[in-house]
Design a protein around this ligand. Structure first.
Ligand code: ZN
Length: 349
């Protein structure tokens, strides 16, 4: 089969690979649609170290091709979504409620990390009964593909933010995760949602998904402006959806005492992340910092699908570009360099 791989540091391309085989609890899925993630670009540039011939991609839907002898819930022909995170559900971390960390820190993340990813004609899914979800009629593949990561991660950011009904929320960076965090904040009952970004298209989408105000960090003093908009005291919750020191520090600064900072960003640089001492109340302001990796699993995917099915969220508005599988290299370059106002590219197999 054909697969799109990381050939080495900063190098991608197509490769021929054998179709994977399922173990007793596994499934093989024939890919129909996938989305490219900024994380794929991070991987190619060395985020998980040098790799050779590693199939990229972790956001895909498809048709079940083959199942192992112990798989009960799924059969060949079923239309399914697979979480970007595919935990080992028997692991102690999973049993303690932290399935994304099963095996080791971030250990639920297997695709394009510890095994081949989904940018191939077929891909392998461990613990199929627990990690696949059937896509209901009425939810198209191109919408369901957002459940894998963008919806699950963005909504996790809003869930972790512990937003009071009618409360105020600031969302730093309005890429796909930030946009879904905005939508999540709205669904979780925020009374005022403030988005931070400098890109016009992202600001427009953020307004569509529920942002009341947009602060352009390239033109304004973000902290001052957010505190001002919030009525002077800061926000109840801040969501960091970029993975940068400055937005992380600003998230802490704009959060009022007793509030929550929810991190969904990937902090890929430096040895430390800084906490601003004074705005942290010298360690005593009762500010909570929560972190999380995209939640996976069948139940989580079913809930994400239900939000699409009922019309609560239409994630397809974020699809700015579409490509065929054979155009993946071009699509990857565009996503890597964020060309042509790209937000999320959809790949059809
Ligand atoms: Zn992703």
């Amino acid at each position: 089969m054909k697969a799109f791989v990381m050939k080495g540091l900063d190098r991608v391309g197509f490769a021929e690979k054998p179709v994977p085989q399922p173990g007793p609890n596994d499934a093989i899925v024939r890919t129909t649609r996938a989305l490219i993630c900024t994380s794929d670009a991070h991987t190619v540039h060395g985020a998980i170290g040098p790799r050779e011939n590693l199939t990229l991609g972790h956001e895909a839907v498809g048709i079940v091709h083959q199942v192992g002898s112990e798989v009960r819930r799924f059969k060949p022909g079923d239309r399914v979504v697979v979480g970007a995170i595919t935990p080992d559900w028997g692991d102690p971390a999973s049993q303690a409620g932290h399935s994304s960390q099963s095996g080791t820190a971030l250990g639920g993340w297997k695709f394009a990390n510890i095994k081949d990813g989904v940018f191939a004609e077929y891909f392998h899914v461990n613990d199929a009964d627990a990690n696949l979800a059937a896509i209901p009629p009425g939810v198209p593949d191109e919408a369901a593909a957002y459940c894998c990561d963008m919806l699950s991660t963005g909504l996790m950011a809003a869930e972790n933010a512990d937003i009071p009904m009618g409360g105020t929320v600031a969302v730093f960076a309005l890429g796909p995760v930030g946009l879904m965090a905005v939508a999540g904040a709205r669904l979780r009952g925020a009374g005022l949602v403030i988005g931070v970004d400098s890109v016009a298209k992202r600001a427009e989408l953020a307004r569509y998904y529920g942002a009341d105000e947009i602060v352009d960090h390239s033109r304004e003093d973000v902290v001052k402006r957010i505190v001002e908009i919030s009525g002077g005291g800061g926000v109840d919750a801040a969501i960091e959806a970029l993975g940068g020191n400055e937005p992380f520090e600003n998230a802490i600064k704009v959060t009022k005492p007793g509030g929550t900072i929810s991190n969904a960003g990937y902090h890929g640089k430096g040895d430390f992340v800084n906490i601003p001492r004074l705005e942290w109340g010298v360690g005593m302001a009762e500010k909570t910092i929560r972190t999380g990796l995209c939640p996976g699993g069948r139940l989580r995917m079913e809930r994400m699908l239900q939000l699409i099915r009922s019309g609560r969220i239409d994630p397809t508005r974020m699809t700015t570009h579409s490509f065929g599988f054979d155009q993946l290299e071009q699509a990857f370059t565009m996503m890597d360099r964020k060309l042509d106002g790209i937000i999320k590219p959809l790949i059809t197999f």
